[in-house]
Design a protein around this ligand. Structure first.
Ligand SMILES: Cc1cc2nc3c(=O)[nH]c(=O)nc-3n(C[C@H](O)[C@H](O)[C@H](O)COP(=O)(O)OP(=O)(O)OC[C@H]3O[C@@H](n4cnc5c(N)ncnc54)[C@H](O)[C@@H]3O)c2cc1C
Length: 186
């Protein structure tokens, strides 16, 4: 049983995974490796002089793993409610988790299949995006969403920041107070 299962290991999903794993939550990230982000050359990411989309992906996954997240290559085909949270089916495997974060980028089929409320999108990530409240909750209790699947602007700084923001909001909900993740140099 995982605390949180994250669908999508792009900037939004991996960033959410880093924050959840650093908070000592049991995290599984599933990704089907279909993102166009891997083809990017990003020269506009704050404090990074230039990075390939491939490196963004691979470093993001490794960073989440460093703090204990499991990352698996798999396509999620169904997310259903279970007694303890959610039952997630991916490549004939079934996983249980208390919460789910959708970070599926341009792919919204899963969200539609789950019956989540959608809304019109603005950029290429739309015509339709997942409707979320200001914290990142979808219309299904326990399911959160981040990144361009929710209509965030298609930039790595923004989607990675959104994944972090949504993870912090989920952790704050669970803890009953605002969660902060700070380290200091010795
Ligand atoms: C060619 C190109 C160039 C770009 N250049 C720049 C740039 O220079 N600077 C910049 O800031 N931004 C750039 N971007 C935009 C940036 O890549 C996106 O804004 C950002 O990556 C989106 O992050 P995300 O995590 O929301 O989605 P994604 O990065 O798309 O991640 C979503 C992940 O979810 C996976 N997924 C979807 N459905 C499922 C499922 N059912 N099961 C399992 N996995 C699933 C996908 O395969 C994917 O890996 C570029 C994008 C492209 C395509």
């Amino acid at each position: 049983m995982y605390d949180v299962l994250i669908i999508g290991a792009g900037p939004a999903g991996a960033s959410a995974g880093i924050f959840m794993a650093r908070a000592k939550k049991k995290v599984l990230i599933l990704d089907n490796d279909k993102s166009g982000t891997k083809k990017a050359w990003a020269a506009n990411h704050y404090a990074v002089m230039g990075i390939t989309g491939y490196d963004v992906f691979e470093t993001g996954k490794r960073q989440a793993e460093k703090y204990g997240a499991e990352v698996k290559l798999a396509e999620v085909s169904a997310v259903e409610r279970s007694e303890s949270g959610f039952r997630v089916t991916a490549c004939a495997e079934v996983y249980e988790s208390a919460a789910v974060i959708l970070a599926t980028g341009a792919a919204k089929g899963l969200a539609r299949q789950m019956g989540l409320q959608m809304k019109p999108g603005k950029e290429e990530g739309g015509p339709e995006v997942i409707a979320v409240d200001e914290e990142g909750r979808t219309s299904m209790k326990g399911v959160w969403a981040a990144g361009i699947c929710t209509g965030q602007s298609m930039h790595i700084s923004i989607t990675s920041g959104d994944g972090a923001r949504v993870a912090i909001n989920l952790l704050s909900e669970w803890n009953g107070r605002q969660y902060v993740d700070h380290d200091m140099m010795c």
